[in-house]
Structures are given as structure tokens and as C-alpha cells.
Design a binder for this molecule. Structure first.
Ligand code: GDP
Length: 214
């Protein structure tokens, strides 16, 4: 049997690790978060941007992130543990129309505490709809994220909805728009539906969790 090319075997490894993810716990307040050890990658995005679908896609599971959508878990941090040291953390979607001002304020406070204190945080995948990039709410989020110091990688979600050429142009515009807020931001096109950008996203995740290890 032919040897698997190193690149492919590496992506297969990451795929297997992510596939092992299972729901761990829900935290409404920072003190409810699991012990701060290993590595964590968070998912940020507006409600309906495709965050749950992306988590299901990256873990190759059909139901995993649906658990985050059960009542009581929508305004909470939801942790998914893999068989390794890695956890995915699904953060509450912002701009959720039914959220009260009080709930939004509490959400921001819990998140700020998480982002400030969390030693295991390696980076955030921030989903932005490729068809509606940089809305007013996205700018509010970008400005809010400036106070923290962790890497952000943008997934321009639902990239199947526009042509590749248009998508690349949007990518360039979004990078330019975000630079003043997040100078080291990186971007890519992504589609859970048409599997666009999955390997690229796997590579980003791997860079974060192995942090220069060969
Ligand atoms: P969430 O609120 O951010 O978790 O969003 P969901 O994952 O529930 O997705 C919201 C809607 O977008 C659903 O109708 C999904 O089927 C759709 N969706 C999610 N990902 C994609 C994608 O990559 N392409 C397209 N065309 N639709 C998607």
C-alpha cells in the first residue's frame, strides 16, 4: 500500500482528534468553566451565521452543537472535549434578537472574564457571513475584542453562496476593515455545506494547539 503523504496524514490526525469531541459542560458564569488546562479554541459569531453547523462540520458529527441550542444553553459557554487536551468552546451568538439588554450585559461580563483569565485559550474562530460582512454589530465586536490579547482567525461563512472571485474580494476587504482593531487577524473563506476551507481551518487549529511544535 502506498504511503500516506505527510500532509494528508497530518490532516487525518487533526480530523480524528476533532471527531472525538463530545459535549463536556455548560457554563453560565466563569466559575462554572472546567479547569483551565490543556488548549481551548472558541467559536464566536452572530446568531444564525452558521456556527453550530461549522462545529458539527469540523468534528464530522451531525448533532454535537445542537446541544448548545437547547433552552438555557444559548446564553452560556458550551464546552466540547476531544480525546486529547483540546476543547472547543461555543460562545453565545451575539445580536440574538430575543436577548434582553440585561442578558447581553451579563453575557459580555462573563465573556470578558473568560477572555481575560483563560490561560488555555489558544485562539478564536470568528464566523462572519460572507454575504453580509462587517455589519455595525461586527464593528462593535471588533472594538470590544481589541482589549484582549489572543489570536483571531475569521471564517467567512457560507462561502458557497457567492463565487470564488467575489469571496476573495470580500476576504481582502474584511482583512482591511479589521486591521485597525486586530492587526494580526487572519481570514479564510469557509463553507460547512460545500466543504470549502476545511483543511485550511484544520491547519489553523493545529498551529494554535501545537504552537510551533514539529
Ligand atoms: P448558528 O445560529 O450560528 O449556530 O447557525 P446555524 O449553524 O444553526 O445555521 C443557520 C442557518 O445557516 C441554517 O439554516 C444552516 O443550514 C445554514 N448554514 C450553515 N452553514 C452553512 C453553509 O456553509 N452554507 C449555507 N449555504 N448555509 C449554511
Amino acid at each position: 500500500m502506498a504511503d500516506i503523504p505527510p500532509q494528508q496524514s497530518f490532516l487525518t490526525q487533526i480530523g480524528r482528534l476533532l471527531h472525538s469531541a463530545a459535549f463536556l459542560t455548560t457554563a453560565v458564569k466563569y466559575i462554572h468553566c472546567p479547569p483551565d488546562e490543556g488548549a481551548e479554541i472558541t467559536f464566536i459569531g452572530r446568531s444564525n451565521v452558521g456556527k453550530s453547523t461549522a462545529i458539527n462540520c469540523l468534528t464530522q458529527q451531525t448533532q454535537l452543537a445542537r446541544k448548545s441550542k437547547t433552552p438555557g444553553r444559548t446564553q452560556a459557554l458550551n464546552f466540547f472535549q476531544t480525546s486529547g487536551e483540546l476543547r472547543f468552546v461555543d460562545l453565545p451568538g451575539y445580536g440574538y434578537s430575543q436577548a434582553t439588554k440585561h442578558a447581553e450585559a451579563q453575557w459580555a461580563q462573563t465573556l470578558a472574564e473568560y477572555f481575560k483569565k483563560r490561560q488555555s485559550l489558544r485562539g478564536s474562530l470568528w464566523l462572519i457571513d460572507i454575504r453580509h460582512p462587517m455589519t455595525k454589530l461586527d464593528y462593535v465586536m471588533a472594538e470590544w475584542l481589541m482589549q484582549f490579547d489572543f489570536p483571531v482567525h475569521i471564517l467567512l461563512a457560507k462561502a458557497d453562496k457567492i463565487s470564488r472571485g467575489e469571496g476573495l474580494q470580500v476576504e481582502q476587504n474584511v482583512r482591511k476593515a479589521l486591521r485597525p482593531y486586530l492587526p494580526n487577524v487572519t481570514t479564510q473563506r469557509f463553507s460547512s455545506l460545500k466543504l470549502i476551507g476545511i483543511d485550511e481551518c484544520f491547519k489553523q487549529i493545529s498551529n494554535w494547539i501545537y504552537d510551533g511544535e514539529e
